[in-house]
Design a protein around this ligand. Sequence first.
Ligand SMILES: [Zn+2]
Length: 241
Amino acid sequence: MAKPLVALLSGAGISTDSGIPDYRGPNGLWRRDPEAEKLVTYEYYMTDPEIRRRSWRMRRENRTLRAEPNAAHRAVAELERSGVPVRVITQNVDGLHQLAGMPARKVLELHGSARGVVCTGCGARGPMEDALARVEAGEADPPCLECGGILKSATVMFGERLDPVVLGQAVAVTKACQVFIAVGSSLQVQPAAGLADVAADHGARLVIVNAEPTPYDDRADEIIREPIGTALPALLRTLGD
Ligand SMILES: [Zn+2]
């Protein structure tokens, strides 16, 4: 018998054990600090060089790039390696699912990646590491090496739309899966949250692993409130058997 397709939607809560705070959720750091939010708002970023210089300084100090995957990320990668088809849809930009061993092509990053940069002029992409090395060497706001355009983190800023290709793939995976696990997400940020509805509408078993109640709890087949670092590995072991 074919093994069921497991889709895992992960939010900030899966990475808190890795020391990464919730930046962008409804109660995230950025929403509580309007000055910090400007640094990740497209319009301010594109029109104000001082905002860009501060953004690059913030990226240099950002703990996200130095974080390590935790037991929950590793359990997801282990399930995939065991032969169960797994797709990850993540609201996180930390790249920790891939660092834990998930193949990059099986991870859909709804909000992009803090590990890359993209040119707002020509679309050229590159590693964040290289751009930060240029900042370190004295370029306060390093321009694109291809066209001289404004470089930004390859994350989706406030005021930017999600990549429609990535979103389309996420919806397709959600419709196709037999098990949909939402982990560490408050399910309050659209369109990620709506995926829980799509999964349930298409007959998937909906499991929510989150410390706090979510707006989709009444649709869930199973709700787990235990700490993610122990609860998710235990849950995924039952799927692997
Ligand atoms: Zn460019």
